[in-house]
Design a protein around this ligand. Structure first.
Ligand code: PXP
Length: 258
């Protein structure tokens, strides 16, 4: 099976910092710790309203990840301002997401099928600049086919609705998981690299990690919350272990029973 990478999203370290307008906790310090704990890359969302990550954070994170030779995945909306930010900082990857100012978090996938003519040229310009382009979409055929047609490198399948139905034990869970599983198969068949993320926790990470087409998971809010109780390093280590176990990879020596 292909290896499964973990991108740790450190947005909510900045949320806590900004709640007081202080300089701490520092997202760059969280990124260093995450990389030490086994994250394969750092993900950060530069929102239009800058509610958590700032432009300066992106500059610092781009520099830090470049020095460490590890990827920065910049999540951003489809706007000229964000395009300029991406072209300034040249992250390893950009993940295009929908954004509404009043939303609490990224609520649904990007409508790449409906906004094809707006998004496809941006995908082309970012790729031209050497940036890998990922599209954060719902796991449905028209969106996956449009992503492939516009030449994206990656689709990140939105796991948020499925995670919610698992947490709330609602009957849609089965159907939503099937959509993710089938979406991953279709995306890979169309030549896309497949990522997944949003809302994942210790309970939901296993079934998603077990899908063999998926190459990367991006996880943030749960890990930062869990860090309050156990520390960021141990939270990431445990998530990583659950991912590896779901993939059938042997646990590192000494960790099997933890
Ligand atoms: N992937 C994408 C595209 C996202 O927008 C987010 C949230 O910023 C995540 C993954 C991480 O979601 P969560 O913070 O719920 O783990």
């Amino acid at each position: 099976m292909k290896p499964l990478r973990l991108g740790v999203n450190i947005d909510h370290v900045a949320t806590i910092r900004n709640a007081r307008g202080e300089a701490y906790p520092d997202p760059a310090r969280a990124a260093e710790l995450a990389l030490m704990a086994g994250a394969d890359g750092i993900t950060a969302h530069l929102r239009e309203d800058r509610r958590h990550i700032s432009d300066r954070d992106i500059a610092v994170l781009a520099d830090l990840t470049r020095r460490r030779g590890l990827p920065l995945n910049l999540e951003m909306a489809v706007t000229p301002e964000m395009e300029a930010a991406a072209l300034t900082h040249l992250p390893h990857a950009v993940c295009l997401v929908p954004e509404r100012r009043e939303e609490v978090t990224t609520e649904g996938g990007l409508d790449v099928a409906g906004q094809y003519n707006r998004i496809a040229p941006l995908v082309g310009r970012l790729r031209q600049a050497g940036i890998r382009v990922s599209l954060f979409i719902e796991p449905v055929r028209p969106q996956i086919e449009a992503a492939a047609a516009m030449g994206a490198d990656v689709v990140e399948l939105h796991t948020g609705a499925w995670c919610l139905s698992v947490r709330e034990r609602t009957h849609e869970a089965h159907q939503r998981f099937s959509a993710l599983r089938d979406g991953a198969v279709l995306a890979e068949a169309l030549g896309l690299e497949v990522h997944a993320g949003h809302g994942l926790d210790y309970e939901t990470v296993g079934p998603i990690a077990a899908l063999p087409q998926i190459a990367e998971l991006n996880i943030g809010h749960f890990l930062i919350g869990e860090a309050i109780f156990v520390g960021l390093g141990p939270a990431i280590t445990r998530m990583r272990r659950l991912m590896d176990q779901a993939r059938g990879a042997p646990a590192p020596a000494g960790e099997a029973a933890a």
